[in-house]
Design a protein around this ligand. Structure first.
Ligand code: FCB
Length: 443
């Protein structure tokens, strides 16, 4: 195992169903809100979609060969809810379940632990059409039923489960900024969606405890390190509020059963708080086993009177990735210390970390030294956190191969493997692939 990291540390890559699988309406799969959204004019750069993506649905054995070559001991992927339940509930699609069955078996054959995310943004379109999907609190029962189905079908072999990937994105990026499916812009609705997501997380954890005897379940959050632009009292206060918005709302609430108080009061005064029923907070805070931390960057914050939060995120001056995100490994270390201390001393897995680069295929190879440097610095930040006492148990690089980067389409490349979209989706390991392989190996 990589020098300095614990023997039983999980080293893996992470992916998400809609971003890699393709075969979007094949073999009985129902459409998701992303199948619909990505075909709406103007929503995705260059009008692209995940219809075919990396065609992982048909090429998963080849992709597992790549993981074996990397020497991974774990792999984080998500299940496409509409692939196993085309309408979100009711009749199952056996072919879809077979796909995940085969995937899990093949991984285990290679001694790669499957880490399953139940929801990575591809809600069955039918649930959206029938009652507004996450907008309606009934969704938590549908999500719990779907989760139970997967626990029942895969729970004998899968030992690590994640309920939701980044509820911040499924609420605010989708319902406030309107950049992700279903593309709405309404803060009150977005807060209610966030509440229903947290409720669904809690219901799924409850089911897990009933259905699965042997395994762990956690929640993965966007984990943005937040810093004030200046040390002024105003900027410090704005930073605290913004931290509650982007982090605390999704880390503190499921831990304590209470929304972060200052921000909640602010929303309450503005008449924006969700409808909370008597048992909701108890369900939301059912104990779970670990945190998934998805870390990419920091946000710099200052006071801005005119915005509803009284905050504004400003552009920092550090070098940026192709996504325009500042590269800040110190933020990973600081966030891990903060999360461990502030969010219940739970075991932590870095469930995503990586960088989009301007990768070019030249004479059959991709020299992505920028990505290597990024990973080197972030691995070292993670190691510092472990040495400082954080119970960090795994690290999943985002991502195995270039894929459909949501609203940015295929224009942003995050992979350790280059996907040649013009040449039958050929997979070409980049230099960072070799770096990661060698890094995992060194003792
Ligand atoms: C995260 C998402 C993941 C990927 C990376 C770049 O927010 O969870 O699917 O798009 O960003």
């Amino acid at each position: 195992m990589a020098a300095g990291f614990p023997e039983d540390f999980l080293w893996g890559v992470a992916t998400a169903a809609y971003q890699i699988e393709g075969a979007d309406l094949e073999e009985g799969k129902g459409p998701s809100i992303w199948s619909d959204f990505s075909h709406k004019p103007g929503r995705i750069d260059f009008g692209e979609s995940g219809d075919v993506a990396c065609d992982h649905y048909h090429r998963f054995t080849e992709d597992i060969d790549l993981m074996t070559e990397l020497g991974l001991n774990s792999y984080r992927f998500s299940i496409s809810w509409p692939r196993v339940l085309p309408k979100g509930s009711g009749t199952t699609n056996q072919k879809g379940i077979d796909f995940y069955d085969k995937l899990v078996d093949k991984l285990l054959e290679r001694e790669i632990q499957p880490i399953v995310t139940l929801y990575h943004w591809d809600l069955p379109l039918d649930l959206q059409a029938r009652f507004g999907g996450w907008e309606c609190r009934d969704i938590s029962n549908y999500f719990a039923d779907y989760s139970s189905l997967m626990f029942y079908r895969l729970g004998d072999r899968v030992k690590y489960w994640i309920t939701l990937n980044e509820p911040y994105c499924s609420s605010h990026v989708s319902y406030l900024w309107g950049e992700h499916a279903p593309g709405k812009r309404d803060l009150k609705m977005s807060l209610s969606v966030a509440h229903n997501l947290l409720l669904s997380h809690g219901e799924a954890v409850r089911r897990f405890r009933e259905d699965v005897k042997d395994g762990l379940i956690g929640l993965t959050n966007v984990s943005t390190f937040v810093e004030p632009v200046t040390d002024s009292k105003e900027d410090l206060r704005a930073t605290k509020i913004y931290d509650q918005f982007v982090n605390g709302w999704f880390f503190e609430t499921p831990l304590t059963g209470e929304y972060p108080s200052e921000l909640f009061a602010l929303f309450e005064n503005a008449g924006l708080t969700p409808n909370i029923e008597s048992e909701d907070m108890e369900i939301i805070s059912v104990p779970f086993d670990f945190w998934g931390v998805n870390y990419y960057t920091r946000n710099l914050v200052r006071r801005e009177e005119s915005s509803i939060l009284g905050t504004e995120v400003v552009q920092g001056e550090l070098p940026k990735s192709e996504m325009g995100w500042e590269i800040y490994p110190e933020g990973l270390e600081a966030f891990l210390f903060k999360a461990y201390k502030q969010y219940g001393k739970k075991p932590i897995y870095i469930t995503e970390n990586g960088i989009a680069c301007k990768d070019k295929l030249l004479n059959g190879s991709v020299d992505d030294h920028r990505r290597i440097e990024y990973l080197r610095q972030h691995f070292s930040a993670a190691l510092n956190a472990i040495k400082g006492g954080v119970d960090l148990k795994g690290y999943f690089v985002w991502t195995l191969m270039d894929n459909f980067e949501w609203a940015r389409g295929f224009s942003k490349r995050f992979g350790l493997v280059y996907v040649d979209y013009n040449n039958d989706l050929r997979r070409i390991p980049k230099k960072s692939f070799e770096y990661f392989r060698d890094f995992i190996r060194t003792m």
